[in-house]
Design a protein around this ligand. Structure first.
Ligand SMILES: Cc1cc2nc3c(=O)[nH]c(=O)nc-3n(C[C@H](O)[C@H](O)[C@H](O)COP(=O)(O)OP(=O)(O)OC[C@H]3O[C@@H](n4cnc5c(N)ncnc54)[C@H](O)[C@@H]3O)c2cc1C
Length: 416
C-alpha cells in the first residue's frame, strides 16, 4: 500500500515533511513547521511518549527559544517544569568541584509532558498528523532521491511518501544505512544503567539539583528528580552492567555505597526487583554528511551524544530550531528545499556538535582516571580555570546563537 503525501514547493504550497521519530528533535521541528502551515507527518515507533529514560535538564540557551514559542509557560502552569536547577559536580560523595565552562543552571522538564504538549499544540493545525506504533524500516527512493520511507505498523508493512524526509529517530538510526550514510564512531569506555524510584511518599527528599558524583576508574553516579515525584539515577561503570542489573544483591552491594548519605537510606529501602531499570550503551558518533537527496538527519540520528554534560537533548532541539528556520526561510523565498538547504543546516550546526562531542570524550577520559588523580586534577584546575573559561566563552561566542527567526504561536485555548 502506498500513501501519498506530496506537494509542490513554494510559499503558498509548501512541501510536505515526513519526520521520523517523535523525540525532542522531531517534535520541536514538527511544531515549528506545522504552526507555519507546512504539512507535517510524524512517525513514532512507540505507542506513546512514555518511552526510554532520558535526560531532562534543559539549559538556559534552549529555555529562551522554548519561552519564545510559548511552550515553557504552559509547562510551568502544568507543574511540569522545575526552574533554577543547578548541575553540580563532585569527586566522591562530598568534594564539590568546578568544571570548565562553569556550572550549568537550567530547568528540569518532564520529557514525556513536553512531548505530549508539543503534540497537543501541533494537533490544532489541520495539516499535522502523528502515527504512533509506526516503525520506519528503510528509505524509499526514486532514482537517487529519497521519496519516503517503508514502515511497519501492527504487523503490516506500507510506504509513506513525502517531499522531504527528516530523520530524528535518535541513536543507531536504521535509516542511516539505507540512505547510504555511515557514521564515524568514537570510543566511549562505559555503559549506563538507569534506575527510577517512586518518591511520591517522600517528595521532600528529592534533590533540587542534578548531582554528578565521579568515583574514579570510570564510575559515575548521577542523581536528579524527574516528573511525578520520582528520582532518576544513572550509574556508569566499566564492566558488564547488564549482568549486574539482573543480580539484585550484587547491584545493591556495588551501588548503595556510592549514594550520598542523605539519599542512601531511601534507596536502601526502595531498590528491589521491581525498580524500573534500563541499560544504555553509551555512544558518541557523527555522520560526516547529514543529508542525501530528499533526506536530512538531525539530533542523535546525525550525531549521537553521550550523557556526559547533560547536553544531547539540548543540541538536538537546537538542530530542530535551525532546520525549521532554514526550511521556512526557503519556503518564504520560494526556493526548493534541497541539498543546498540541508548542507547549510549542517554547516551552521556542525561546529557546535564537534566541540560538544570533543568535550564529552575528554570528560569520559577524565572520569576514567583513578580517584586520587581526579583529586589532584581538581586541586590544580582552579589555577587554569579563568583562562580555560575565557577560551570556552570565546568559542561559544563564535558559534551560531540560538536565535530563532520563526517562532511558533500556540493556537486555540493556549493562544495569547
Ligand atoms: C544514558 C543516556 C543518558 C542521557 N542523559 C542526557 C541528559 O541528562 N541530558 C541530555 O541533554 N541528554 C542526555 N542524553 C542524550 C539525549 O538522550 C539525546 O541526545 C537526545 O535524546 C537526542 O534527541 P533526539 O530527538 O535526537 O532523539 P531521541 O530522544 O532518541 O528520540 C528519537 C525518537 O525516535 C523514535 N524512533 C527510533 N527509531 C525509530 C524508527 N525506526 N521509526 C520510528 N520512530 C523511531 C524513538 O522511539 C524516539 O521517540 C543521554 C543519552 C543517554 C544514552
Amino acid at each position: 500500500m502506498s500513501e501519498p503525501l506530496s506537494r509542490q514547493s513554494g510559499k503558498n504550497n509548501p512541501p510536505s515533511v515526513l519526520i521520523v521519530g517523535a523525540g525532542p528533535a522531531g517534535m520541536v521541528l514538527a511544531y515549528q513547521l506545522a504552526s507555519h502551515g507546512v504539512p507535517v507527518r510524524v512517525l513514532e515507533r512507540h505507542a506513546d511518549f512514555r518511552r526510554e529514560f532520558r535526560g531532562e535538564l534543559i539549559h538556559a540557551s534552549v529555555l529562551a527559544p522554548l519561552e519564545r514559542i510559548g511552550v515553557l509557560p504552559i509547562l510551568r502552569q502544568r507543574g511540569l517544569a522545575s526552574d533554577d536547577i543547578e548541575r553540580r559536580m563532585f569527586v566522591g560523595e562530598t568534594r564539590r568541584v568546578q568544571v570548565p565552562g562553569g556550572n550549568v543552571r537550567g530547568s528540569i522538564i518532564s520529557q514525556e509532558g513536553f512531548l505530549e504538549l508539543l503534540h497537543e499544540l501541533c494537533s490544532a493545525f489541520p495539516d499535522y498528523r502523528l502515527d504512533f506504533g509506526t516503525t520506519a524500516l528503510e528509505v524509499c527512493k526514486d532514482g537517487d532521491k529519497v521519496t519516503g520511507v517503508a514502515v511497519r505498523k501492527s504487523g503490516s508493512e506500507s510506504r509513506i511518501h513525502s517531499d522531504i524526509v527528516v530523520v530524528c529517530s535518535g541513536r543507531n538510526s536504521v535509516l542511516r544505512k539505507s540512505a547510504g550514510l555511515t557514521a564515524e564512531q568514537f570510543h566511549v569506555p562505559a555503559d549506563t544503567l538507569w534506575l527510577r524510584f517512586d518518591f511520591s511518599d517522600i517528595p521532600q527528599a528529592l534533590p533540587r539539583s542534578v548531582d554528578v558524583h565521579m568515583w574514579g576508574d570510570g564510575i559515575v553516579v548521577v542523581l536528579f528528580q524527574t516528573s511525578r515525584s520520582r528520582l532518576q539515577l544513572a550509574f556508569s561503570a566499566p564492566g558488564d552492567l547488564g549482568t549486574l542489573r539482573k543480580d539484585l544483591p550484587a547491584l545493591r552491594a556495588r551501588l548503595l555505597p556510592l549514594i550520598p548519605a542523605a539519599l542512601r537510606p531511601h534507596l536502601e529501602a526502595k531498590l528491589d526487583a521491581a525498580t524500573e531499570s534500563q541499560m544504555f550503551k553509551v555512544a558518541v558518533d557523527r555522520l560526516p554528511t547529514w543529508h542525501a537527496p530528499g533526506i536530512l538527519f538531525i539530533g542523535d540520528a546525525a550525531h549521537t551524544m553521550s550523557p556526559s554534560g547533560g547536553i544531547g537533548l539540548n543540541v538536538a532541539m537546537i538542530d530542530a530550531f535551525a532546520a525549521a528556520d532554514a526550511f521556512l526561510a526557503a519556503i518564504d523565498a520560494g526556493l526548493e528545499i534541497g541539498e543546498e538547504v540541508f548542507a547549510a543546516i549542517q554547516k551552521q550546526r556542525e561546529p557546535d556538535i564537534v566541540a560538544v562531542q570533543a568535550g564529552q570524550l575528554r570528560a569520559h577520559a577524565m572520569a576514567g582516571k583513578r580517584r586520587v588523580g581526579l583529586h589532584m586534577m581538581f586541586s590544580i584546575l582552579p589555577v587554569f580555570l579563568p583562562l580555560i573559561n575565557k577560551k570556552v566563552a570565546a568559542a561559544a561566542r563564535r558559534q551560531a546563537p540560538v536565535a530563532i527567526r520563526y517562532a511558533a504561536a500556540p493556537q486555540g485555548e493556549h493562544a495569547g
